[in-house]
Design a protein around this ligand. Structure first.
Ligand code: URP
Ligand code: ZN
Ligand code: ZN
Ligand code: ZN
Length: 469
């Protein structure tokens, strides 16, 4: 249905303001806002407009999850959500755009990786999607391809200081790619952990018989995150390139980001719900249960959470993405029984992010405008999706969530829609949930029903980062 829709009587929340307003949607776009009860707003509901009653609810931009891994190959297996199941679950959770990672494998081109990921996603997604590319093999050809991809809307490249032999790049390769990114306006995203040192500690732990999931957290030391973060920042300075550090978990790494930002550098940081709500204690759960919480960077001691919340308030961290990379406990996480290094890395979460961050509003960690900024507006601006995505404004895509701030529910694998056999937040009680979700003007979640369709979601080419000076 592509007619007129009026979302009436809700509290429209943006990153900077809140107002009781009606929102007019025509076709795939938002065309106007007007104060609820005004003559203009009343005029919209005459005729055949569909009216969505948002009284008592928030009206917010659809969430933008700038870090997901659907159908992601890792450790001899593949993440368990397809683009179809993962984007449907995202919609259930109030997220209407994902930016996923196409993977360049060693010996292949960026083009091959991107084509492969386009083929996975095309015709299957419930919501809109875009791509970053993981750069695993920096060659002269790769550098030239980067320019072409930027023109196709792939304006950010993730590199890894971790995972030697898989995605890892040495400092020379990182510097070269950063120089190219500086030239073509792209953003370098960094997985900042010293993988060479970590691999030594992994080997030593296993040799000492330390094979349980909790040793995953012990070997991936905070210092090896902050050291890599520091090094990535210096390399970016040398290259004159902007930098976005993904999945920041350690206070020590936050300190590096804060220092760089105080110097006025174009350095940005992202964290994820798992680092805000879970801790290293989860890695020690019995009966190999800790495997459910194995991701990299790892979960940290609970004290780190306060630093992350503070950094989210001060903007030393400016985006919350999920790094959604689900593996079933049964048959996938279990690959690492007897050897924590063989547990596929990653946590499910694309469906939970908006609600967990709303819970942070309820808990007093962030304001509700900051919630929208961290989950919608800044990701859109950071990754070149703004103003098409990330705000409720005339001209923007009608990606809108009618959010019930009072709906209590319990997060559980028995009720979630992600294709994974456990929840990292099992039993957690949260207040707030999406009631109606629109993707480009089409209702995809209608109270307790999914009414979208695979293939509604389209590829969105991105422009460059809106924060670069
Ligand atoms: O453990 C994680 N984070 N898995 C996904 C891949 C990555 O490094 O982001
Ligand atoms: Zn990573
Ligand atoms: Zn990731
Ligand atoms: Zn309601």
């Amino acid at each position: 249905d592509t007619g007129r829709t009026v979302i009436r009587g809700g509290l429209v929340i943006s990153a900077t303001e809140e107002m009781h307003a009606d929102v007019l949607v025509e076709g795939e776009r938002i065309t106007a806002l007007a104060a609820t009860g005004s003559t203009l707003a009343e005029s919209w509901t005459s005729g055949d407009a569909r009216v969505i009653d948002a009284a008592g609810h928030y009206v917010i931009p659809g969430g933008i999850d700038a870090h997901t891994h659907m159908e992601f190959p890792f450790g001899g297996t593949q993440s368990s959500d397809t683009f179809e199941t993962g984007t449907r679950a995202a919609a259930w959770g109030g997220t209407t755009t994902i930016v996923d990672f196409a993977v360049q494998t060693v010996g292949s081109s960026l083009r091959e990786g991107l084509d492969t990921w386009h083929a996975k996603a095309e015709g299957t997604c419930a919501i809109d999607y875009a791509f970053h590319t993981i750069v695993s093999d920096v060659t002269e050809d790769t550098l030239k391809e980067m320019d072409v991809l930027v023109d196709e809307g792939v304006t950010s490249f993730k590199m890894f200081m971790a995972y030697p032999g898989v995605f890892y790049s040495d400092d020379g390769k990182i510097l070269r790619a950063m120089q190219r990114a500086a030239d073509n306006g792209a953003l370098t995203m960094m997985h900042a952990e010293n993988g060479i040192a970590i691999d030594v500690l992994v080997e030593q732990a296993l040799a000492a018989g330390k094979t349980d999931p909790r040793y995953h957290g012990e070997v991936r030391r905070e210092l090896l995150e902050s050291e890599a973060t520091h090094r990535a920042i210096q390399l970016a300075r040398v290259a004159g390139a902007p930098l976005y550090v993904v999945h920041v978990s350690a206070s020590e790494a936050v300190a590096e980001l804060a220092q760089a930002r105080d110097m006025g550098l174009n350095v940005f940081g992202e964290t994820c719900p798992q680092y805000l709500f879970l801790s290293v204690d989860n890695l020690a759960e019995p009966d190999f249960g800790g495997a459910k919480y194995v991701c990299s960077t790892p979960l940290r001691p609970v004290e780190h959470q306060a630093t992350l919340w503070r950094a989210l308030r001060t903007n030393d961290l400016s985006v919350v993405s999920t790094d959604h990379c689900p593996f079933c406990f049964s048959g996938q996480k279990e690959l690492g029984r007897g050897n924590f290094a063989k547990i596929p890395n990653g946590l499910p979460g694309v469906e939970n992010r908006m609600d967990l961050l709303h819970q942070a509003v309820v808990d007093g960690h962030i304001s509700r405008r900051r919630w929208i900024e961290l989950a919608c507006t800044t990701p859109a601006r950071m990754f070149g999706l703004y103003p098409r995505k990330g705000s409720i404004s005339p001209g923007a895509d009608a990606d809108i969530v009618v959010y019930d701030p009072n709906a209590r529910h319990t997060i559980s694998a028995s009720t979630h829609h992600m294709n994974v056999d456990y929840s990292a937040y099992e039993g957690k009680r949260v207040t707030g949930m999406p009631r109606t979700v629109l993707s480009r003007g089409r209702v995809v979640i209608d109270d307790d029903a999914y009414v979208g369709s695979a293939g509604h979601g389209r590829y969105v080419p991105r422009s460059t980062c809106d924060y670069l000076t």
